[in-house]
Design a protein around this ligand. Structure first.
Ligand code: ZN
Length: 360
């Protein structure tokens, strides 16, 4: 079992044990944010993360006599955990398989069969080749598990598209009805049965006695929520999608990167807050700049400035203005342009100002 998940209105909380120490980790994510962030992970990034983990394993195995344990991968996994629960589940599973390949190779097939989608299992398991070469094993497992992640990521993205897009073939249904129809399609991964139990938002030790529970609930204003077992990535995908759609959280398509997102602040925002591959700014920042430039360029003062700039630049080229004169003029004209736009002045007022600045 991977762990448990609890849902309240705006968050999901993942609970699981990281290693054999039995310590329960608790991580909250924004509901709908976790699943849309997962669909936005680029294949380059996920391949890179799998490769880092695989290489670490190969180095660990070749450099020591005892077999590596999960503890060796906890710092790496914790970073994945901070960024996305799905990415974390996949990388943790990869680490577990790598460790199994050292101490219980024959168990790997069953573990993979339980975890992978049938499409990926059918394609790769018949030719499974587990040699004694750590590098070969790490590379084969990494390839298969990463493919599975890509498969589920794409499937989920298409499902979200069908649920929210106005062009969807299911457009005449409500989002929740669309989700239900998709669930009924074969191979959707959403047709899972769940083990649910009541749980307190405050995370008691699983073995806590009744006295402790009663005493703690007086001190902690803890909600009582439904808690579900997660045995497979599909469990979490299905549950989060269901709760997001059922809770009518807005799922939007970013106007910059085209990926889906659930706005964390204003629900009318058109841009996500991720930094897409190859960019150094968040989509929201790029979007804000675009909106500004768009509004700016529509302003007649801006057009008037451009006309004057072209005129004086050609005077400069024809030797009718000195370099310095042009530089001073353009600085003053630009400053006036920005001020007049900011102060909502008319284009006539700006033209007068340009006449004052004009060099004879
Ligand atoms: Zn974006």
């Amino acid at each position: 079992m991977i762990g448990w998940v609890l849902f309240n209105e705006k968050d999901l909380m993942l609970r699981f044990t990281m290693s054999t120490s039995g310590v329960v980790e608790k991580t909250p994510y924004s509901l709908g944010g976790a699943i849309t962030d997962f669909t936005a992970v680029s294949p380059q990034i996920s391949e890179k993360l799998f490769s880092i983990l695989g290489k670490k394993f190969v180095t660990d195995v070749s450099g020591r006599i005892d077999t590596p344990t999960m503890g060796a991968y906890v710092p790496f996994l914790r970073k994945a955990l901070e960024s996305n629960p799905y990415l974390f589940i996949y990388l943790k599973f990869y680490a577990e398989c790598l460790i199994l390949s050292c101490n219980n190779k024959s168990a790997i097939r069953d573990v993979l069969e339980d975890f992978l989608c049938s499409e990926i299992a059918d394609e790769f398991l018949p030719t499974m080749l587990l040699t004694n070469d750590a590098e070969e094993i790490a590379s084969w497992l990494g390839k298969v598990i990463c493919k599975d992640m890509e498969f589920r990521r794409n499937r989920t993205k298409h499902q979200i598209e069908d649920i929210v897009s106005p062009d969807s073939s299911l457009a005449k249904y409500t989002p929740a009805q669309r989700l239900y129809i998709i669930k009924c399609e074969s191979g959707s991964g959403l047709n899972r049965s769940f083990n649910m139990q009541m749980a307190s938002e405050y995370d008691f030790e699983r073995s806590a006695n009744l006295g402790t529970v009663k005493a703690s609930l007086i001190d902690n204003a803890s909600g009582i929520l439904a808690e579900f077992e997660i045995n497979n990535p599909d469990d979490l995908l299905a549950l989060e999608l269901f709760h997001t759609v059922k809770g009518e959280l807005p799922i939007k398509k970013c106007r910059c990167c085209g990926e889906y997102f659930v706005p964390s602040g204003r629900s009318d925002s058109e841009y996500c807050s991720r930094i897409s591959l190859g960019e150094n700014k968040r989509c929201a920042q790029i979007g804000a700049m675009r909106t500004f430039k768009g509004k700016y360029a529509e302003n007649p003062i801006y057009a008037e400035y451009n006309r004057a700039y072209k005129r004086n630049h050609s005077r400069l080229r024809n030797g009718k203005l000195y370099d310095e004169e042009f530089r001073d003029w353009s600085a003053a004209a630009r400053k006036a342009r920005d001020e007049f736009i900011a102060e909502n002045k008319t284009v006539e007022q700006f033209k007068l100002r340009l006449t004052e600045l004009e060099i004879d």
